[in-house]
Design a protein around this ligand. Sequence first.
Ligand code: FES
Ligand code: FES
Length: 156
Amino acid sequence: MKLFVNGKEIEVPAAAMEKRIVEFLREDLDLTGAKNACDIGACGACTILVNDEPSRICIKLVKDFAGQRILTIEGMAAPDGTLHPLQQAFVDCGAIQCGYCTPGMVLTAHAFLLKHPRPTRGEIRAAIFKNLCRCTGYQQIIDAVEQAAPHYQNRK
Ligand code: FES
Ligand code: FES
């Protein structure tokens, strides 16, 4: 079975098929951005994108993703390490405190902006409110998504 993770083809060993994918990413691929926090699909800290759609992976298995295109937070920056404009906006706006929610928050916002590149603040709020953040109070996160939106408007 194959997965496509951050643009790379990954051949999954048979023994890993029944493993939870959040553990496979973190332990086998060393991609630790996705967090296993609540483990019941409630908080969003484990969010990755699957074919550009957010997916909460803490309750899912590796075999559920056969042949799928996965993006984790590690795949957002450019190969030279330059942050994606949305990541940079999170930094610029002070939208990161403890950082635990941040990978899932950024990826959720990325999927949203791909579809809605000219959002209102209310639409941004609605897009991210199910990703729990204990630290920031959300305003800086909404600021960051708003700041990054022009980047998405200029995409083809
Ligand atoms: S760890 Fe998956 S939703 Fe909370
Ligand atoms: S920055 Fe700490 S939970 Fe969001």
